[in-house]
Design a protein around this ligand. Structure first.
Ligand SMILES: Cc1cc2nc3c(=O)[nH]c(=O)nc-3n(C[C@H](O)[C@H](O)[C@H](O)COP(=O)(O)OP(=O)(O)OC[C@H]3O[C@@H](n4cnc5c(N)ncnc54)[C@H](O)[C@@H]3O)c2cc1C
Length: 389
């Protein structure tokens, strides 16, 4: 017998599970299909940061700030320990050139309402121990935080299931049937689900789902590698990045073709510490297709860069590394909302290095759009059609 659903969500990462949760909060009959397991994609191979101050002032930062507001009550709402903590965060600044860029960045962020300050070196060392003496300072925002992304996916999915959502793991979408420009059903390896609405939250695999309805999506995998240390007592103050990370994130073209390995690999510091005490040291940004291998080259380069900024890390043992794929889009913003010409086909993908931070607000926006036809923020700049068909 064919299943039916009011809404089918494709993808069991932070984005798909958040959408399933926000829809089921309003008692919609949702079926979430995930071909592997919850958090088996990018959401299970990433850092833990909810960083606001790394976002471009404008819609990007507005989304992050709205998401941070939702995070505050999320553990209680989900009735699940997602290891959320409002830790604060810093961006380390190495030289005068970076300082000038960051001054401008901070000014614009403050204008949008973010609490963020420039600190000199002395002030920065009060917040984060073990910093290199050549640093000129840092930015600091008390609004940054942490969450455990794996527990977040489980928390969203459990809470959605409690409200009637069906979570189908090991279920791969193989086709989407349309009739007269409208979604009719989703075909999976475990049978067909009749539905009029399907949400594409397949992360870096979004283009393959789009092809099923004759659409292309400019989402590319952007590999990141992370090194994990042995568990140690509290060392990292919260979320710690460096100004070079901001360049690698927003201007990857500047890094292409460089002879310098650190620059070519898009290396920028990201430092955080899990509740268990393991330090996560990142990272890099590489276009290498769907290759999720780790490389010795990146391992060495990331550690050299990290210990140049925070030499005290040399005393801590690295125990392993992993790689994940960020769903990159050309303008760094996700594709959110309905697709023109394919009624019932909704996009929710392309969150690059921000999907953990933006997952709550994405769930809220997509559920508003599906159920009310409008949401609290102008999402025109996120339109799936902005790059063409
Ligand atoms: C190294 C690294 C560090 C990062 N650090 C941070 C950070 O600190 N903070 C932050 O905010 N973001 C961070 N990110 C980004 C974040 O991880 C992603 O933006 C986010 O996980 C994307 O979530 P998603 O749900 O869109 O994709 P995914 O988690 O990849 O979920 C998509 C799911 O769709 C499923 N799927 C695909 N095709 C099909 C199909 N045909 N049928 C059924 N299911 C299918 C996949 O199996 C997958 O589970 C980082 C990313 C990386 C790689």
């Amino acid at each position: 017998m064919k299943k039916t659903a009011e809404i089918v969500v494709i993808g069991g990462g932070v984005i798909g599970t958040s959408i399933a949760y926000f829809l089921s909060k309003r008692w919609k009959k949702v079926v979430l299909v995930e071909r592997d397991d919850l958090a088996s994609g990018s959401s299970g191979a990433c850092d833990i940061d909810i960083i606001l101050q790394s976002k471009n002032p404008g819609i990007h930062l507005k989304l992050a700030m709205a998401s941070a507001e939702i995070y505050k009550n999320l553990p209680e709402e989900l009735d699940f320990d997602i290891e959320y903590e409002n830790t604060g965060g810093m961006i380390l600044i190495e030289d005068e050139e970076q300082l000038n860029v960051m001054k401008e960045f901070v000014k614009k962020q403050r204008a949008v309402g973010l609490q963020v300050d420039l600190l000199d070196f002395k002030e920065a060392t009060k917040l984060q121990k073990g910093l290199a003496p050549h640093l000129v300072g840092a930015t600091y925002s008390p609004q940054d935080g942490h969450v455990n992304p794996l527990r977040l996916c489980i928390g969203f999915a459990r809470a959605a299931a409690k409200r009637g959502a069906e979570i189908c793991l090991g279920t791969a979408v193989t086709n989407i049937k349309t009739e007269n420009g409208r979604v009719k059903s989703v075909v999976t390896n475990r049978g067909e689900i009749e539905t009029e609405i399907v949400v594409n939250a397949a992360g870096v695999f979004t283009p393959m789902i789009c092809e099923m309805v004759g659409m292309t999506a400019p989402i590319k995998p952007h590999r990141g590698q992370i090194i994990v240390t042995e568990p140690v007592p509290k060392f990292v103050m919260g979320a710690v990045l460096c100004a070079k990370y901001i360049v690698a994130k927003y201007n990857p073209k500047l890094l292409e073709g460089s002879d310098d390995l650190e620059t070519r690999l898009g290396v920028g510091l990201s430092l955080s510490q899990t509740r268990n005490g393991n330090i996560l040291i990142g990272g890099c940004r590489e276009f290498v297709g769907y290759n999720r291998s780790t490389t010795h080259e990146a391992f060495v380069t990331i550690l050299k860069h990290a210990t140049r900024l925070v030499p005290a890390l040399k005393e801590i043992h690295a125990i392993r590394s992993f790689a994940g794929l960020r769903p990159y889009t050309p303008d760094g913003l996700p594709l959110l909302g309905p697709v023109e010409g394919i009624e019932g086909f909704i996009m929710a993908a392309g969150h690059e290095g921000d999907g953990i931070a933006l997952s709550p607000v994405t769930g809220r926006i997509i559920s508003d759009i599906i159920l009310d036809g409008k949401t609290f923020i102008d999402i025109a700049p996120l339109s799936p059609g902005r790059f063409g068909k």
